[in-house]
Every structure is written in C-alpha cells, then in structure tokens.
Design a protein around this ligand. Structure first.
Ligand code: ZN
Length: 178
C-alpha cells in the first residue's frame, strides 16, 4: 500500500495555474488505479470517487493551513474527524509473502483510509514535513525528507529549475541595479 494515500489524493489534482486544473479523478481508470495503489479491498464506486473529491477539497487547504500556521484549527480537525468517522475501524489482515509477513489494512471506506493516513502523518510524523511545492504552477503535495526540513519544491526537476532560474535572474537584476 502507498505510504501516504493523502498525498496521492491531493496530487490527483494537477494545478497548471489558478484557472487551469486537471482533475485526474475524472480520467478513465482513475478509481481502479487508486484501488490497486491503496489496496482498498473493494471496488470504488462513483459515489466513493465523489466523496474522495470532496475530501480532497478539505485536505489541500488543511496542508496550506499547516504550512502557514504550523497547526490545524478546530474546523479542520472537525472535518478530519468527520472523515475518520465514516467507517468503524478497518480490519487488518496478515499475509505470508516472500518468506516474511505483511500486514494489510482493509477499509470499508476510502475517505476514512485517506483521512487516517493524514491523521497519522500529522500525529505520529512531523506535520512540518507535509508541504505543497512552492511553484504556483505545480503545488504538488510531498513529504519533505530533508534533514533541516528546508525543501520547498517537489521532486520535479522543472520546479527546482524554475526556482534556480528565478534566483539567478533576481541576482542578475540586483547586480544590474547596483
Ligand atoms: Zn513542483
């Protein structure tokens, strides 16, 4: 199972700029891809996809709030708890594979699965590591694994290069104005 379904969900929204967004949840096969990636253990219905889309609309602002304030306000915590309460606790399943064991969590509701991955990331990991790419034409969600949590760009070479180019230009400009 993907380590961070909440990042997967936020990143189904491809932001090109403020008015141009591609919603990958609309693409054919999107539900099947998420089923496999998250090992949901059931078919995702059109209602599930609609509920995921609605929850994505809560998740992205929640990450923005975390980045801005370092914490979540009551409204965001309530929205997260509402998503978590969509199902009773999922059950785990142990499987024997490749000479070892694997634990698979099974969820009866995909929104609860995504909400749980976000809840764990903020409660058990470092919430300051959850970020959106600083490139306004990207805003990809990622976990910052860097030592001092200084990463601002997603792993895409393009975003890092945009940043470098911008820094280079502003240096060139300030030299020009001296
Ligand atoms: Zn990016």
């Amino acid at each position: 199972m993907s380590a961070a379904p909440f990042l997967d969900l936020v990143n189904t929204e491809h932001i090109h700029d403020a008015d141009r967004v591609t919603d990958r949840l609309d693409e054919p096969g999107a539900a099947e891809r998420l089923e496999r990636r998250w090992n949901v253990g059931c078919k995702l219905t059109a209602d599930d996809v609609a509920a995921l889309r609605a929850f994505r609309g809560i998740l992205r602002p929640a990450i923005e709030e975390l980045m801005r304030t370092g914490t979540l306000g009551l409204d965001s915590v309530e929205a997260l708890n509402a998503a978590l309460s969509r199902t009773g606790p999922g059950h785990a399943l142990v499987t024997v594979a490749g000479g070892g064991f694997a634990v698979k969590e099974r969820w009866s509701d995909p929104v609860a699965l995504v909400a749980a991955s976000f809840a764990r990331a903020i409660a058990e990991d470092d919430p300051r590591r959850i970020k959106l790419c600083a490139n306004p034409h990207c805003r990809w969600a990622f976990r910052d694994d860097s030592k001092n949590r200084s990463r601002r760009w997603c792993s895409s070479e393009a975003c890092g290069n945009v940043a470098k180019l911008r820094a280079f230009r502003s240096r060139a400009r300030s030299r020009g104005s001296e």
